[in-house]
Design a binder for this molecule. Sequence first.
Ligand SMILES: [Fe+2]
Length: 268
Amino acid sequence: MTVRFLQVSDTHWNTTPITPGVESARRSNLLCDWIRGLIAPIDFVIHTGDLVHRGHIPEDDGESTRAALIPFQALHQPCHFVIGNHDNRTALRNALGDCPGQPLVESSERWCYRFTVRGEQFLILDARDTTEIDPHGRLDEKQLDSIQKVLRDTQQPTTLFVHYAPLAMDCDWIDRTMLLTNGEDLHRILAKDSDRIRAVFFGHIHRPTCFSRDGILYASCGSAAMHLSHWPEDTTPTVHPDPIAFANYVSVGPQGALVKTHWVSIPS
Ligand SMILES: [Fe+2]
């Protein structure tokens, strides 16, 4: 049976412009207004990280996380949140309360869990690691072991969500600084069960992309705030503040995974 969800990402909620011309709190709220106006069937909304812009700084008290969540919690559908490198994990966990699924690793500080909708399994991964490797991410060994075990034990068709690009993106600055450092390990695990992997969805690179390797679809959602260049020879990101918020409308089921990318205009 087909399950349909909406992926949004990298809203970078902030009360002041995060770059000239980008009022990210307003953009995030307008994106939620657009979602509320959709009449298409949506089983859940998934935010693939960087809900807020300054959640990662030591003096953050969680206020922006609580404010950024309000319009998402007012949506008609359940929302799931992946931890990004700008997020405040403690604030998000406290604001969301009980884990909305089964934890992938018991007693882990990481926000990683699984849930099922009409026979389709979904894994929320948390690859936020130390500040030393930021903005790279890394999945801890317990999480990798758990992914392997869950795929083996459940035998369910599975879709995964993680903030960071798992594999190289043919772009100098992204490949040097932004990837999962053990994304190849994740891919090796998934490739063993590729017939049951629907897709891996991510954010972080602030651009909608898709690619496949060994029969596994990887797809990112663009940002709702600012957009970053990703040409092969870009050694640093160029920021594009175009008034667009991206969203992926995704259908998964026996037919595979289908991604429809929407460009949501942000009125001035
Ligand atoms: Fe981001």
